[in-house]
Design a protein around this ligand. Structure first.
Ligand SMILES: *[C@@H]1O[C@H](CO)[C@@H](O)[C@H](O)[C@H]1NC(C)=O
Ligand SMILES: *[C@@H]1O[C@H](CO)[C@@H](O)[C@H](O)[C@H]1NC(C)=O
Ligand SMILES: *[C@@H]1O[C@H](CO)[C@@H](O)[C@H](O)[C@H]1NC(C)=O
Length: 407
């Protein structure tokens, strides 16, 4: 299957680049919205890479899940908070960088009144898929939790209704907010791969998954959002869980060769790259649709942020085994499904800051800082469409934020 064609943006890009200089120069004068970074709050959507306490409150997990137990949280919060890491997530670094309050986990916000939500809301749920359970049921697969982007979007609309008494007021709130839609989709791929679909079969889901992400971006823009960051897929082939799974002979048989530079599985990284190509096209189309308005849609290159570390760990202050999980049981890549981090047979490494993967599935705080830096990159390097931000707020806020968290 050929990848879809991206709209040609290079013609407008040249003038956009020239314009960007002017915008950056005048941006500080143009900042609006309340927070020192130009935004007043964050709304985020996603999965365990962004969940700061929602899955803990799902009835079906019984308040449990590994992230509710030590040593989760040991590095920064000094207690488990529901974050799937030893410390802060990328979204925590982003709000720190922009000097914004931490968005309330939707399912935790007491009473569901406006006051619980006016500092921003995090809709991300660990285990959430982009696509609805019906998509998987028809294919004999079952998502890990009964939450998809459809639920998160309904929650968002509930919150919007609480945040203003008129349409005009609500749009003002949305316009002064930063939206982060993703990373989302990793569980769609995991559900399918663990369910023994071949990588080739899973590739056919990419347009559906990207379509679901695009719908959320369209919905938040329709509600008044002016800045939407859309993080891409992480390198699936570098995940210790999947590396261990395929080495153990389970999962689909066509995962293929290892990349000699990184030691990651080439076919799985190819799947992630395909997702990102289609997502970048979707972002480019959204930008084009909103070109000339005050709306910015920005792609964030998480894939590159992680592979850069994995290929040259020393350069970024990481140890020389970037594919080993810090916390887990014995086994290849220090990943053992019966001794998952937080379970009795698992132990954590002494210094998580030199590890990329915390528990074989999720990143350490140290890696999350790099990921946040990628999310705050105004013009991602590589094949991403050149920066065409038409809002003056985002480039200035993101640049200042990067400096603040030491990117
Ligand atoms: C998500 O939506 C589905 C379909 O409407 C529903 O069955 C499920 O209970 C929802 N999940 C939560 C946590 O509300
Ligand atoms: C996937 O394949 C493995 C190994 O063949 C098997 O043990 C496992 O039960 C299969 N999983 C599913 C969901 O079919
Ligand atoms: C995985 O953990 C279990 C439980 O602690 C242990 O019995 C088993 O030997 C471990 N597997 C490997 C490959 O080390």
């Amino acid at each position: 299957m050929a990848p879809p064609l991206c709209p040609r943006l290079d013609v407008v890009a040249a003038s956009a680049a020239a314009l960007l200089g002017v915008l950056l120069a005048t941006a500080s004068a143009a900042l609006a919205g309340g927070g020192t970074g130009g935004y007043a709050r964050v709304f985020s959507f996603g999965d365990s890479l962004t969940d700061t306490g929602n899955a803990l409150r799902l009835p079906c997990t019984g308040g449990g899940g590994p992230a509710s137990r030590p040593p989760y949280g040991e590095t920064f919060f000094r207690r488990p908070t529901g974050r799937a890491s030893d410390g802060r997530l990328a979204v925590d670094f982003v709000v720190e960088a922009l000097r914004l309050p931490h968005p309330a986990p939707y399912l935790a916000a007491a009473g569901k009144t406006a006051a619980g939500f006016d500092h921003g809301v995090n809709f991300a749920v660990a285990g959430s898929t982009a696509l609805s359970p019906e998509f998987y049921a028809g294919r004999g697969l079952k998502p890990f939790v009964p939450v998809s982007l459809a639920n998160q979007t309904i929650w968002f609309h509930n919150v919007v209704q609480l945040l203003g008494s008129s349409d005009h007021d609500r749009r003002k709130v949305m316009a002064s907010s930063l939206f982060i839609v993703g990373e989302i989709g990793v569980n769609d791929y995991l559900v399918s791969l663990v369910g023994n679909l071949t990588v080739g079969e899973v590739e056919s889901f990419v347009p559906h998954i990207v379509g679901a992400i695009r719908s959320v971006v369209n919905e938040v823009i329709a509600a008044g959002a002016t800045t939407v960051v859309v993080p891409g897929m992480i390198p699936l082939g570098c995940e210790p869980q999947l590396l261990a799974l395929y080495q153990g002979g389970a999962g689909s048989s066509d995962a293929g060769d290892y990349d000699p530079r990184s030691g990651c599985m080439a076919r799985l990284n190819g799947l992630a790259e395909r997702h990102n190509r289609e997502l970048r096209c979707a972002v480019a189309e959204l930008r084009r649709a909103h070109w000339g308005t005050s709306t910015s849609v920005v792609y964030a290159d998480l894939y590159r942020a992680v592979t850069d570390i994995v290929v040259s760990p020393g350069r970024y202050g990481f140890g020389d085994m970037p594919l080993e999980a810090c916390c887990g049981g014995a086994g290849s890549y220090n990943f053992n499904v019966t001794a998952f981090c937080g379970a009795s047979g698992a132990t954590a490494c002494a210094d998580p800051s030199v590890y990329v993967s915390w528990d074989g599935v999720h990143f350490t705080e140290a890696a999350n800082r790099h990921i946040a830096c990628a999310m705050l990159k105004v013009r991602p390097a590589g094949a991403a469409p050149p920066g065409m931000a038409t809002s003056t707020t985002w480039p200035a806020a993101a640049e200042a934020g990067r400096r603040r968290i030491g990117c």
